[in-house]
Structures are given as structure tokens and as C-alpha cells.
Design a protein around this ligand. Sequence first.
Ligand code: FES
Ligand SMILES: [Fe+2]
Length: 348
Amino acid sequence: MFVKNVWYVAGNAVECTHTPLARTFLNEKVVLFRTASGTAVALEDRCCHRFAPLSLGDVEDRGIRCRYHGMVFDQGGQCVEIPGQDQIPPGTCVKSFPLVERHNLLWIWMGDPALANPDDIVDVHWNGATDWPTASGYIHYKANYQLIADNLLDFTHLTFVHRTTLANNAFPNARPEITSFERGIKLNRVIRDCDPSPLHGMAGKFNCKVDFWNRQVWWLPSIFENWAGSVPTGDGEPHEREGGLHLRHFSLLTPETEQTTHYFWLQPCQFPHEDAEMIERVGQGIATAFAEDRWIIEAQQEVINRSPEAKMRAMRNDAALGRVRFMIERLLEQEAQGARTIPITQVA
Ligand code: FES
Ligand SMILES: [Fe+2]
């Protein structure tokens, strides 16, 4: 079960070309392509004639031509040509999905098209901005997206899973302040006078104690925004001080199937010093850390698959992920009743 009336990332904008790209979102097969005029399009990846995948077809001026018997569908999914037949019967079409190209990403709406409002797309304008050197990546996960969400919402794992990258020994006892808002939750955490994590120490060139912050937003159901940073220990709000390292991270999870997830990540940075090579090193550090997460989460999914009825035990640091799971349940209930899903008016 997935929340459908929401914008998910379908891919990086550069992935969408005149060569059709097959991708599955929320258990539905979709073909992405760019029209001759440059518009990015998402259609159901199933020709309405004999169900050949349209992703095997060719993009032409008027749309995409099925490779089986040559029917052509325009960017709205309407059939505009049937070889050997003059009349196009009414209703000869394939489903099209709202698709918006913004901030170097493609955002797809898998739910009711009448509810799709591009104003609801999460703002990731830092991605590739000139004053924000940006590393980015993609991971194909063999796990349900909620297990990845759980991981991102409980940073106590940093100490144990990310010993060489993100570890900060103060995390298990540094409880974040959690607040709910209509589109998810916000978490704030400040840890003063601590050793920098290996990644922050490297990226900020800190050889001293630091004040660390993270200000996170969980955008329901599956986008994680984490403005994290470190600055040499001092007075005042750490994120407002000069000389800090700023990491504007986004993890954008798009369910593929119940057991697999597309994981897109962005890491726009501002460094307290000039170093053109540093963004590359940060990107490698993040990729290493995320491989560590995948290792434990995919192993966790395998254990769950062996005994799906077993119940997990909640601990104190599960507060944020518990709240998000509760909110997602509510969204699913609201969608099942035909209601628009966001904003949520009542939360735990
Ligand atoms: S299956 Fe596509 S034209 Fe026949
Ligand atoms: Fe992690």
C-alpha cells in the first residue's frame, strides 16, 4: 500500500531523453521520454492494443510509436495513428501521469491527476545551484521504503552503522526536538562541544571541537530534508555562525514495489574554505555511508520476509519514526476514503 496523491521523484532530468526509459513506481510500469519539443512525459508502459511495453518503442515528432504494430501515442497518451486503419476509435489511449521538471529532477504524480498541484512539490532549489556545489546519487534498494524511512528518522544508528563516516558518539543521548506540521514532522538537534564526525571533520577541515546541528524535515510520505552542519565550538546558534560547514541533504524515496525502492539523494554543500575537490570527497563519503545503510536495511528486510507477522519492539528513540508511520497510516486511510491526502489535519 502506497500513498498515491503526492509528488515523487521519477528521476534526474538528464535521464529523460528521446530514448524511452522504463521505470516502475508504486507497482505501476511507466515509460519516461522527452518529446521532440523537449517536454518530459510519463505514460503507462503498456500499449493499449496488445500490451507490448511502449518503452521498447521509438520517440517521434508526434509521440511514441509502439514497436509491435506501430500505433502512435501523443504526450497526453492519446492514440494519434493506427497503421492500416483510418479511424481511431474513441478511448484509444494509454494512461498519462502528471510529470514536472523542476530543480534538475522529474517529479511524478501517480494518484488522481485532478489533485496534482505543482505548488506542493518539495523545494530542493539548492540542487545544482551555483553557490551550492552538489553531489548526488541513486541507489536501487531491495527493501520497502518504510524501512529506509525508519533509518533516516533515527540517527542513533549513526554511531554504530557509520563508524568511519557519520559517527558521532553523542547521538544516542542527543534527543531531537520533534514537532508536527501539516505535511510531516520537523526535528531539531544541537550537540555542543563534540568531536566532529569523520565526514564533517574532513569536509570542514576542523581540528577542534565543534557545535553540531541538524534541522530536519520529513515530508510525508518519503522525502527527508536534513540541513546539517558543524562550526567550531562557540556561543550562539551554531547554524547562524560564520565559518560553518553546511550540508543541505535530501533523501528522496520513491517506492518501486513493496520490496524495492528508488533512492535518490542530493548533497548541496557550502564549505568554510575554498577547495574545488571537496565536493567530490563529500560525495564519496555519502555514497560510502549509504552503502553501510543498505547493508543493514536489506539484511533487515530479509529477516522480516522470513517472519512477516513478528512484531517489532519500540524504543525511546523510535519516537520520530513511530510518528511518521502513524501519519502515513492516516494518509492511506484518507486516500481509501477518497479524500485529498495533504494537508493532514490531525496528527498524533
Ligand atoms: S501492441 Fe502496440 S501496436 Fe500492437
Ligand atoms: Fe544511515
